[in-house]
Ligand binder design. Structure first.
Ligand code: GUN
Length: 282
């Protein structure tokens, strides 16, 4: 029987656990606080930011938001981040990406204090993950590991193939699976004989950015398939990077789109905010 991995349920479980922790912190007079900065009015970003604020509200995390105009100067944004870095009442800082073209994204990411880097994008956070030190982990890959663990899907010793090498998903995903003692292969747009490699995977994680690209020819019998993609098809319906109906007969477990990995990203962002507030206790 195939297991349909329910990311909506797991993300709700995590948010409810965090709600309790946030209450306990309140008893110690710590109000967990996330600051979200959006520059410009990209419609997709506006929806993401709204959902992040809604999740904060549900858990009891205070959210501060800055909606800055499209033509905000890089120096102005740097100044704001430096100010927030200093503030003791702000635990997490998130600058919604993408930023307008005149702003250097790398410089902005590096300005956020690593202690408040709830996205896990700062080079220090990435470095910590790479050498196995504690720190903030990029939210989507962290969410994938939570899904596997909470469904009791063993990772240790498994062949894990990841398609995609982005800084936000593919690379941190590889580091996390390595930390969980999987044997990890990372494939990308220049990989030869892709289906030959993916057919070896006990756990196949797909973040390729092409709708329904992965069909049953790419999947081993009994594999666990995690779909990080999110697209709208010709009928305006959401679909992932995996052709769900095509692979279903072959897999032992799979994440649907929507309702798989998607809801986990915000849950793990909330987790990182609570972690940031706890860091202050040490
Ligand atoms: N834009 C799309 N996804 C993300 C994310 O996880 N964090 C930030 N900061 N921007 C994004």
């Amino acid at each position: 029987m195939v297991t349909i991995i329910d990311g909506k349920k797991i993300s709700t479980d995590i948010k409810n656990e965090l709600k309790e922790q946030v209450e306990q912190l309140k008893e110690k007079n710590i109000e967990v606080c996330l600051c979200v900065i959006q520059v410009g009015a990209d419609p997709a970003s506006t929806i993401y930011v709204r959902n992040k604020k809604k999740a904060c509200e549900y858990i009891g995390i205070k959210s501060l938001s800055y909606e800055l105009p499209e033509d905000t100067a890089e120096e102005q944004l740097i100044e704001l981040i430096n100010e927030l870095n200093q503030r003791k009442d702000v635990h997490g800082i998130l600058v919604q990406l993408p930023l307008p073209k005149h702003i250097d994204e790398d410089r902005i990411i590096q300005t956020i204090s690593p202690d408040k880097d709830v996205d896990g994008f700062h080079p220090e956070s990435v470095g910590r993950l790479s050498i196995g030190h504690k720190g903030f982990v990029s939210c989507t890959p962290a969410g994938v590991v939570q899904l596997l663990k909470r469904y009791n899907i063993g990772i240790e010793g498994k062949e894990c193939v990841i398609i995609g090498r982005s800084n936000i998903v593919g690379k941190p995903m590889a580091m996390l699976m390595l930390r969980e003692n999987a044997t990890v292969t990372v494939c990308h747009s220049k990989t030869r004989n892709l289906s030959e490699i993916t057919s070896r995977a006990d756990i196949l994680i797909v973040a390729i950015g092409k709708p329904k690209f992965i069909t049953k020819e790419y999947v081993k019998q009994g594999a666990v398939v995690i779909d990080v993609g999110m697209h709208r098809n010709e009928n305006n319906k959401l679909c992932g990077d995996v052709d769900y109906d095509d692979v279903l007969e072959k897999v032992s477990a799979i994440t649907p789109v929507p309702g798989g990995v998607g809801p986990m990203t915000i849950a793990m962002l909330m987790y990182n905010c609570v972690l940031a507030a706890n860091y202050k206790l040490i």
